[in-house]
Ligand binder design. Sequence first.
Ligand code: G3P
Length: 202
Amino acid sequence: LLLYVLVAILAYLIGCISSAYIISKALFGVDIRTQGSKNAGTTNALRTFGFKAGLLTFLGDYFKGTIAVLIAMFIAHKGHLDVDLAKYIAALAVVAGHNWPVFLKFKGGKGVATTYGAMLGIAPLPTLASMLFFIVLVLVTRYVSVGSIFGVCLFPILMYMRSDYIGIWVCILLSISVIYKHKENIKRLLKGQERRLELKKK
Ligand code: G3P
């Protein structure tokens, strides 16, 4: 049990490393959480600082998810844990760290890139399918939030199709957290006030 707790703590701490916050502070001297939608994530980095900052944020947040899952695999192999369970614990914990980072007064991002990165290390094909769905939705609607919500909510269905029963429940939790984190976006979408994706050249 102790090793599972270690997996969770390590993944949570990795999740707490907020790419958007670090990039905004280091390169632009401001806290991203005071800008735009005030979210510490890729979309807000894109709209506030432009393409390069957005891409860096995405890569950092995405691959910290993958790294957390790879570390969980490593610990699981060494410590004879259930590998799948360890990976799913890491996925939940890394997303929790991203969304509610202890070092940033629990005000982080919405967990979309990190969910995708973590799921890449667990179920690569469903992850690619969901990311494709995300991209199509964003291109069609030009609302990133719509792609984020429906993209992540596709995971429980994909896990069901793979008969991955822990996966279904973990992905339901990830979907609930994405919906919860997007509650302001959902309100704006319903009122027709959500901002569409636009690229700022900087
Ligand atoms: O993944 C976050 C995205 O769906 C919405 O971001 O900044 O528009 O709230 P934002």
